[in-house]
Every structure is written in C-alpha cells, then in structure tokens.
Design a protein around this ligand. Sequence first.
Ligand code: PMP
Ligand code: GLN
Length: 382
Amino acid sequence: MQPTIKSKLPYAGTTIFTEMSVLAAEHNAINLGQGFPDFDMSPQLVSLVNKAMQAGNNQYVHMNGLPLLRERIAEKIEKLYAAKVNATNEITVTPGGTYALYTAFTTILQKGDEVIIFEPAYDCYIPAIELNGAVAVTIPLLLPSYKIDWIAVKEKINPATKAILINSPHNPTGAVIDEADIDALKAIVKDTGIFILSDEVYEHLIFDGKKHLSILKYPELYERSFVHFSFGKTYHCTGWKLGYCVAPASLTKEFRKVHQFNAFTSFGPTQYALAEFLQQENEYLQLGSFVQQKRDYFMQLMTETKFAALPSYGSYFQLYSYANITDEKEKDFAVRLTKDYGVTTIPVSAFYRQPTENKVLRFCFTKKESTLEAAAEKLLKL
Ligand code: PMP
Ligand code: GLN
C-alpha cells in the first residue's frame, strides 16, 4: 500500500506564475505575467561563464560562495550603501533569493513564532513561514499607495513576534520605502528581539530618481537583519537562480549551519563570471533608467487602452486597474485576457491569503519594445 502524505501545505496549489505561464503557452499569448525579461542578457557575462567552465572551474566552490565573489560583493555594498560588511563571515552566496529567504526563516523560526508580512506579498513568504511551524501575520498595505501601515504593525507586535519581512522595491506593486518608513521600523524594533528579513532583489530597479534604502545602510537595523539579493534580477538571467544573503556574523553563522545541510553550495561557473563582471559598475548603475524607459514606454502605449496605471517606482512590475472595463474577479479576468485577447498578466488577488479583489492586474514590462507594442495592440480591443 502506498503511504499517504499529510500535506504540510494543504492550501497550496501550483504557483500563480507557473499557472499563468502554462496558460500563456497553451494559448500562444504574450506573457507579461511571470517576471522575466524576454531580451538577451549580457553576451560578455555569458562568455565569462563559458570561460570559467573551459578553464575547468566546474567543481564545488566554497560552501559560502566563491571568496573572490564575496569580496566583490562587499566592495559593491561599501560603494553603494556606505556599509562595511565582512566578506568572510557576513555574506553567503545562495542558489537564488527564494532559497536565501527560506534559509533565513528556517534559521530563526521556532514553532508558534509569528512573522509580520505585508500583503500583497510575494508568494514564497507564507509557505516558508508555515513550513517552519510559524504563523504569518498579514497586514494589508494601504491602497492606493501600497504604503506600510505602521500603526497596524505596532498593534500586531506581541511577545510571539519573531520577525518582520519587508520588500522594497516591492513585488507586485512597485512601491518603495522611504526614510519615514525606515524611522518607523527603527522605532518599532528598538529594544525588541525582533529580526528583520529584507527582500531587496530589485535593489537596482528603482525609478524617478528615487534611491534604494537598503537595510544595510542602517546599523541599528542591520544588527538584526538578513538582507536578500538576486543576481537573476540584476543581470537579466532569472534562470540562473543565484543570489546572496548579507547578515551580521552571529546571524550568518547560524544561517550557514542550515545552508550547509541543504544546498551546501551554489552553481560555480557563474560565480567566477560574476566576480569579474561585478567590477563593471555601470552594468548595474544604469539598470534603473534602462528599466524605467520600459515602464514609461508601456505606460504610454497603455494610455490608449481602458486600463489605468497605478504608480510603480521600482521592480519589474506595474499594476493596472481594469475597473473601467469589467466587474469580473481578477483571476477570471486574467484567464479571459489570456484566452480571448492573447495577453497574460498576474491577478494581484493571488498575492493575498484572504480573498481580496481590487480590480488590478500585474504587468511585467521588462520586455522588448516589440513585445510591449504587440501586447498593447491586443489590449486596445477591450
Ligand atoms: N523576492 C521577490 C520579491 C522576487 O520577485 C523574487 C523573484 N522571483 C525573488 C525574491 C527570488 O529571486 P530568485 O529567483 O533569485 O530566487
Ligand atoms: N519573481 C517572479 C515573479 O514575481 C516569478 C518567480 C517564480 O515564478 N517563482 O513573477
């Protein structure tokens, strides 16, 4: 008799990104759903990976990441955020940002702990919390700005609160935190044992002259933080699944205990390549304006349609309201758009645990201009 599994994630289906990408492929639709660029990554970076493999760098790299890459990451952090982090004991290279977040949760959480997250929330947070026996306490972001409601946060804090997760630039809304948010966070965690998990995978994808406020800049926040990054987003190679976690030495020590018995190390050749490529500052410094142009181009195309843009200050994404078009639920409308109009998006309701309908869809604008043009043309028919 085959044994049965008592599911640890009884409410989870397949992620909305996979579901919508499969639907897009089935209907040959333009996929503005899942967040990935449809243009080529840097050929130079590809050559560097090739070079590393040809040179025989194909065995395990150090479990915490290639030492030279960690040095280069530390240099970059110092330049960008005026923070000195130690490459030896504060940076761990991981197989992606998602893995790093999961590892950080596993490192700190005990059964019954509470973690405050904000909704709409990127889909991996709640499962990672629950798989570790903890409870996700969700607080809705304030519409229409999608700012954090710090009064609500204060009200939810109790002795079981183990961590607060923040994500800026934010997926799916494109909201970014400002100095007032940092001050509010400082005031809330001061004199508590609360950890911060900061998801900063879109650190360079920030627009309109705004500056990314990394937790790394603030020593009184950093001392309690695990800060997460992803090379996939920075270098247009989401399929690489390579990222890193920065945390103070004592936190990193425990993080690595978990990491060493799970992935242990990450794919090597890309680490050699990135150690070299990271020295080309302009590759990441120009990213914000490069992606902003795409946001602006798509927004301009969309003015001809009945969709209404909500502000996006960062990330790969922008929300559009379809309140002028239909009363349908977000998921139903997103499915119909794929099937009948050939454009795939992500319903924002998928980023909430409780049914929440605001008639908004998430569009990924990090695509070739021709892709955006073709999508807008189809959406004009609505
Ligand atoms: N956090 C957010 C908000 C994301 O959008 C992503 C992208 N998928 C990740 C984390 C994970 O990045 P990675 O693909 O490196 O696991
Ligand atoms: N981060 C990507 C997004 O938000 C998707 C990654 C995934 O498919 N899990 O669209």
